[in-house]
Design a protein around this ligand. Sequence first.
Ligand code: ADP
Length: 644
Amino acid sequence: MFSKGPARPPRSLVALIIAVTVVPLVTLLWLGWRLLDQDRVLERQQIQQRVERAADLVVAALQRTIAVSEQRLAAGSEQWPDGAVVVTFHDGGVEASPRERVAYFPLASPAREAPTATFARGEDLEFRQRDLTAAINVFRELARSPDPAIQAGGLLRLGRSLHNAGHIEEALAVYARLSQIDDVSVGGVPAGLSATYARGKLLEEQQHVPQLRALGVDLDRELRSGRWTLTAPVYWLYSADAAKWSGNVATAPRQAEVFADAVGALWDRWNSTRPAARASSGRESLETNGQTLAVLWQASNGSFRALLATPTFVESQWLAAIAPVVKEQKILFGLRDVQGRRVFGTLETGDAHNATRNAVESALPWDVVTASLDPPDEDRDFALRRRLLVAGLALLVSMALMASYLIVRAVSRELAVARLQSDFVAAVSHEFRTPLTALRQFTDMLREQPALDDDRRRVAYDAQSRATDRLTRLVESLLDFGRMEAGARRYRFEPCDCTELVRRVVDDFRGEANAAGHEIEFRGDSSAQIEIDDEALSRAVRNLLDNAVKYSPEPSPVEVGLERRNGQVFISVHDHGIGIPAHERADIFAKFHRGEQARIRGIKGTGIGLAMVDEIVRGHHGRVDVDSEPGKGSTFTIVLPTTP
Ligand code: ADP
């Protein structure tokens, strides 16, 4: 008869709710996702466009600044900052400007040298006749010659003879003199270089370490100073000794050596190209000794002129022109040579957004790469917009979820109430049926058996009377509940002795309780005068007594008490019945609510008794407390203020 468990919305309703909330929600999410996606695509496109535009601007700026250098190169300018050198190839050979920036050359035209015959007599004395003293005299004479070539040849040989004769200090002095002479050669080597080298050898032999070290340092500096024009083999030969003597063994090639190698490479290429096939100008990058040089060259009338620039020069002279573009466009940029080696910047082509301008297409010495700098303003705009969109979507989704939750909850409640009401109707009908059946049975008995004796007749009348009382109370209770529901219940407060009232209700109820096998005991303070609605409070106490008996299946005493404490009146009804589980205690005062045990055990009831008690007591500004232990019993206490 009573439905079991909490009310759930039917499946069709759940499906409907899903349809009206989940479907639009999913559509909304999908649309939001698409919007975000398109936004992202747009963002990528915009960044890419910016990077591409920046690449074009960088190329244009580089073209302009390089063109200026080319004009200066064509005009024959000699003034080039550090990190650059100009080389010229022509019929006569190779020239570099500034010359000291190139360590050695592909070819070197030897300086004037005295014929060997000039020294034949002296060498004959020195080597064949082994007359060192005579040889020294001959060479000393030649060293006084006004012709620097003869003077140089004489000095070198004088130094050698003095050395062999054991006049070390003198020999060193002679070499020192010789090392001052320029523009002539001795034995195919510049006189100064020969002298310095011979002095070094002598110092090495004599183990004059500090002097040797100083000489090594000087020689090293002079080799690179451009004092002598040397070819690569001669340079490396003397350079190795200079390093050994000075103790400074170079780990990396020096700039002048890098330039020299580059000049050699350009020279080889120039000479291996047929004059007819030679282009008139070019820009390129050239890798030598691990350094990439930028080369601008021009050729005309069989001569070749090139500007060789180190990455440092490129950065300080040319890339300065890019700075405004980089700043304005908010980009990173890098330069790579044709082999893909990095010349400037740290860009990888794997970077998210980049643009490359090929060296061949742009006619620059390098590939130019630009990439977006993270995060530029427009990225931030996009990010902000995306955040707003996501926040808006999240808000909409949560609102939709909230709305569907509220709908489900409201529907469930409505359904629960509807079910409770139908249960209530069924319960009320059942309640009515019992006294009605009794009435009918006894009425039939009286009518059909006129010869009943007095005792049995009285039993029948008593039973009829009890059934009528029960029906009356039921009807009154329902009417009262109806009024309560309609909000039309008015209380008429009058001063009244509460003890008397409770005692009267207990006395009235005793007969019924005894019939069910229960004893009722009342213990109360002598008098408790307060303002109450007699009829309403009687009904409340009566309902509690009803329940105490109803929910005590075994015959057991019911104790009713009344006491005054702290300005309050406590009316308690204590039974030894089935008790109320803790989780049900909060619900039992709700209208139509029936406990699980009440339903399982088939205990009759309508679920409005305690709702009425609660309503009445509240109307008296009081409260109802429950204390219960399942299986042991319950105590309901009405607490009323003595002053309303
Ligand atoms: P009804 O008794 O008609 O079911 P009530 O509103 O009077 O409705 O009580 C609500 C529920 O509270 C009952 O169904 C029962 O589960 C529980 N209850 C009330 N009084 C007692 C009691 N004295 N002992 C055990 N359970 C009680």
